[in-house]
Write a protein of this length. Structure first.
Length: 452
RNA sequence: GUGGCUGUAGCUCAAUUGGUUAGAGCGUUGGAUUGUGGCUCCAGAGGUUGUGGGUUCGAUUCCCAUCAGCCACCCCA
């Protein structure tokens, strides 16, 4: 027998969630579900493990390298999913007949990537995807933008910006300037522009990607377009003119922004020609979402349109569009911005244990209140009231019910509200009708914001 | 995976050129207060200085390795 203790710790890039983290995390998930459902997206789930060949097909070498994989007891090569899009591709290829098109689904689940952790970047994190499969209608592109905006607002954000671009514009532009072969290098450079500035990009383009002066100038001009959508669009149209693909991309952006304006959400969207997105399966509209107060944390909701989601798994052409909210990154940002409440309990009400002889009364009262929809905890030990109040305060309860022999005798309880120290004597006769009304009034009044 | 910075109590940080029993604030536990939290006061618990080696009479301090965090590259939520 060894007395050697094992040091309790978590794997690099993996973390535990304490109640004060988990409560807002679950609340965010609830908000996501609510918003997705409000647009008709239906929930699905897929296995966390897939055959390695399913997961590796689409990705680049980079994603293959980042994927957790192993050989199982049956000699199968197994991978842990690193996003929800590849499993979706397999899923729709396998079930498209039962699903019917267009198909709108949301999928909230954990994914794993063995990359270097940084602030807001973990090896295990949750994505909240929503996608519309089986239609090329621009309506879906617009709707995807609206979902992102609704989502961010419902999560309590006002200062955010959805940056939108279109791969057709980018690809048309590359075609026009004879850069199609060097697309990856150029797009990568463009994507980096806001971070490192035009000078660094100029060097990278001419020296690494070997562009000539005219090409370099055009790329930088394109990527730096800024201002009102109309202004960007007209300048973009000039740059791209003569290339049908690029012109189509411009037209799509124009139609989308016209819709956003009509719907009054113009202030949350912006055309950003420097958004390229790494994943090469995007073919049309692309989105990234930034918090204006925490831009350095990166995009918290990204996505775009793809022509052929499941080409690896079926001959059926399945176009689609979707985006993914990075729940853990968002949560990290909210923590840094002090947006998380401090409560460590989901319960609003604590019933103090005045003396053990009255335990049955406490339990009965708790049951009554739970039935009325409140979360209630009975303090287990008949410690002194001071200690019980201290506990209630630190744990984050909003109200404490004290029912000593005097109160119980007259079918009453003391209801103390911690935030303002108010205390009232309330009757619990008639199945606690008065108490329930009182609690409803108090909790509704203080519960206007998103409940976490 | 590569490079840089960092690592002392749950958290934020101290500890004179390497020197003896490693300190403080906050938090936590108990008490002051036998029917009432936040404020105040008192007391207690909590450290093999991330871990493992090395140099030295002696290492929290210097060196190496390793692990973890942060930053950059890469990629991305």
């Amino acid at each position: 027998m060894s007395n050697q203790l094992i040091q309790p710790r978590t794997l690099k890039g993996f973390r535990d969630f304490l109640p004060e983290m988990m409560l807002p995390r679950e609340a965010l998930i609830e908000v996501c579900k609510r918003v997705y459902r409000s647009y008709g997206f239906a929930p699905i789930d897929t296995p966390t493990l897939e055959l390695f060949e399913i997961l590796t097909g689409k990705g680049s070498e980079e994603t293959d390298r980042q994927m957790y994989h192993f050989v199982d007891q049956g000699e199968r090569h197994v991978g842990m999913r690193f996003d929800l899009t590849v499993p979706l591709a397999r899923f729709v290829a396998q079930h498209s007949a039962q699903l019917g098109m267009p198909f709108k689904r949301y999928h909230i689940a954990t994914v794993w990537r063995g990359e270097a952790p940084q602030a807001g970047r973990y090896r295990e994190f949750m994505q909240c995807d929503f996608d519309t499969i089986g239609t090329t209608s621009l309506t879906s592109d617009i709707e995807t933008g609206l979902v992102i905006i609704d989502l961010m607002k419902a999560l309590g954000f006002e200062r955010f910006e959805v940056r939108i671009n279109n791969r057709k514009v980018l690809n048309g532009f590359l075609e026009k300037f004879g850069l199609a072969e060097r697309a990856t290098a150029v797009l990568r450079a463009i994507d980096k522009l806001p971070k490192v500035g035009p000078k660094a990009i100029e060097t990278e383009l001419s020296e690494v990607a070997k562009l000539n002066l005219e090409q370099t100038a055009a790329v930088i001009e394109m990527a730096q377009l800024a201002g009102e959508p109309q202004l960007i669009l007209s300048q973009m149209a000039d740059l791209i003119s003569g290339n049908p693909l690029g012109e189509q991309g411009c037209e799509e952006l124009r139609a989308m922004f016209a819709a956003f304006d009509e719907l009054g959400v113009g202030k949350h969207v912006r055309i950003d020609p420097s958004i390229a997105r790494g994943l090469d399966y995007y073919t049309g509209t692309i989105f990234e979402t930034f918090l204006l107060d925490k831009p350095e944390i990166g995009s918290v909701c990204s996505g775009g349109r793809y022509d052929n989601l499941a080409g690896l798994f079926t001959r059926e052409q399945l176009p689609g569009i979707g985006a993914s909210l990075g729940l853990d990154r968002l949560l990290a940002a909210m923590e840094m911005l002090g947006m998380l409440p401090a409560a460590k309990t989901p319960a609003q009400i604590m019933i103090a244990n005045f003396r053990n002889e009255d335990l049955a009364h406490y339990l009965r009262l708790a049951a009554l209140l739970r039935q009325a929809g409140f979360n209630v905890e009975v303090y287990p030990d008949s410690k002194k009231l001071g200690a019980q109040f201290k506990f209630a305060d630190r744990r984050g309860f909003q109200g404490v019910i004290v029912a000593g022999p005097d109160e119980l005798q007259s079918q009453q309880v003391q209801l103390k509200w911690l935030a303002d120290s108010s205390q009232t004597l309330v009757s619990i006769a008639n199945s606690g009708e008065n108490l329930i009304n009182e609690l409803n009034a108090k909790l509704n009044r203080s519960g206007t914001e998103v409940k976490m």
